[in-house]
Each structure stands twice: as structure tokens, then as C-alpha cells.
Design a protein around this ligand. Structure first.
Ligand SMILES: Nc1ncnc2c1ncn2[C@@H]1O[C@H](COP(=O)(O)OP(=O)(O)O)[C@@H](O)[C@H]1O
Ligand SMILES: [Mg+2]
Length: 231
């Protein structure tokens, strides 16, 4: 069976994954604060809209005004807003109490709407902690149960889901550990050292794919993210 792939929308990235991200897959996009995860996600959604696919962006970290400001600072911002107006991109910003109210129906709507081909959850760590708000002790069983329930609704025919994952803190490490096994692919964005800001992109895991086996340089400008060979 030939694996169907979709363009990521990130210049230079698709070469790292045999031409594109597999459809019907859940991909983790992991990295520290400020490395470019949300911008990567916006370009991923924009690419979907350019291909006439419906894209949904669930943001649980930032208010709508922040997203607008980021888009305003990017050269593709206007195009993004135009697609939103046409209904091809849907941005859903929710705080904790809003999320609590809408999340079961929201997931159901997403899994029933066959037109949605791209979904982003920014961040999945927020999504997960909101689901767990009343449990002080997250035993392994609970974590796995909740993960498998939410993954069930994310894994849909012809849809590609991007879950943004925060790096590091011990609070997140157990979740990230399980998620990294359960996702179909992992894209890791990172800084290589202190001093100059030098970002790198690496693909440690991509099911059904012979992925690029070294990291590449990642640059952010007004035009968005660019992945480049070192030279
Ligand atoms: N218009 C811009 N031009 C150049 N770099 C930008 C621009 N907007 C944001 N950035 C860079 O992107 C970073 C934020 O990226 P973001 O995707 O929000 O990170 P993350 O979601 O991983 O925390 C900023 O710290 C800045 O370095
Ligand atoms: Mg972000």
C-alpha cells in the first residue's frame, strides 16, 4: 500500500520525510519555548488551505490577539486571514474553563467533519492537563487511558494531526514519554547552544518513512520557517 503524503508547508522540510507527512497520522512537534512550533503549525495549516483542505487550529496557550499579532508580523498573515474568512482555516482559542465545556462536542465535531484534513493542538500538554484537572496523582494507567481516548479521535482517515509538545520539565516528561511512543511521527526543534540563536530541526521518528538522518538548520524570518542544509 502506497503511503499518501501531504506537503508540510515548511520550506525545506518535506525533503526530510520522503516528500511529505503521512496522512491519517498523528505527529508530535516538540521543542522548547520560542523555537518556532506555533509558527510551524500556522504554516502547516496555511498549506492545507492552499490545497483547498479545511484546517483546524486549537490553541490552548495563547489568546486570539497573540495569534493575530504573530500572523500580522508574517508575510503570509494576510493570506492566512483570507482563508480564515473563507472558512478554510478555523482558529479556536480556549482557556481552561471554555475548554472544559466544549471539548467533548468539539472532538466529536472534528471527527465527524470529513472536510477537515489538518488539525493542530497547541499545546498537547495543555490539552492533557486540562483533561486531568481534578487528578493530583496521574497514575500510568490514567495517562495511557486518556491518551488512547484522545488519539482515537485524532486518528481519522485523510487527516493529519500535529500535536505541539513542550520540552522538558519533569511535569511533562512522563506525558512526553508515552506520547513519543504513541505518535506516528516526531519532529524535534531545538537550539544547539547558548549564545547565538541557532535552531535545528530533526526527525527522530516517522512511521512508514525513510527519514533524513541528520538535523538541519532552521531559520525564522518574516517569511516563516526555512529549513536549510549546513554550508
Ligand atoms: N516576524 C518575525 N520575524 C522573525 N522571527 C520571528 C518573527 N515572529 C516570531 N519570530 C521568532 O519566532 C519565535 C516564536 O516562535 P513560536 O512559534 O511562537 O515559538 P514556540 O511556539 O515554539 O514557543 C520568537 O521567539 C522569534 O524568535
Ligand atoms: Mg507556541
Amino acid at each position: 500500500m502506497k503511503i499518501k503524503r501531504i506537503p508540510s508547508g515548511i520550506n525545506g522540510f518535506d525533503n526530510m520525510v520522503q516528500g511529505g507527512l503521512p496522512t491519517q497520522s498523528i505527529i508530535g512537534l516538540k521543542g522548547p519555548a520560542g523555537v518556532g512550533k506555533s509558527i510551524f503549525a500556522m504554516q502547516f495549516l496555511l498549506q492545507g488551505a492552499k490545497n483547498n483542505e479545511k484546517s483546524v487550529y486549537i490553541n490552548l496557550e495563547e489568546p486570539r490577539t497573540n495569534i493575530d499579532r504573530t500572523l500580522d508580523s508574517m508575510s503570509f498573515g494576510k493570506e492566512f486571514f483570507d482563508f480564515e474568512e473563507k472558512g478554510l482555516i478555523k482558529i479556536i482559542c480556549l482557556n481552561f474553563s471554555e475548554f472544559e465545556k466544549v471539548y467533548p462536542t468539539l472532538l466529536e465535531k472534528i471527527s465527524k467533519d470529513k472536510k477537515i484534513k489538518r488539525l493542530v493542538v497547541d499545546s498537547f500538554n495543555c490539552f492533557f492537563s486540562y483533561l486531568n484537572f481534578d487528578k493530583s496523582e496521574k497514575v500510568n494507567y490514567e495517562i495511557r487511558k486518556i491518551l488512547s481516548q484522545s488519539f482515537y479521535s485524532f486518528r481519522k482517515k485523510d487527516m493529519t494531526t500535529l500535536l505541539l509538545l513542550e520540552n522538558g520539565s519533569s511535569h511533562n516528561s512522563q506525558l512526553n514519554h508515552y506520547v513519543s511512543y504513541m505518535v506516528d511521527g516526531l519532529i524535534h526543534l531545538d537550539y544547539i547552544s547558548l549564545g547565538n540563536i541557532e535552531r535545528r530541526a530533526f526527525v527522530p521518528k516517522m512511521r512508514w518513512t525513510k527519514q533524513f538522518d541528520s538535523s538541519l538548520m532552521l531559520k525564522i524570518s518574516k517569511k516563516g520557517i526555512l529549513i536549510e542544509d549546513d554550508d
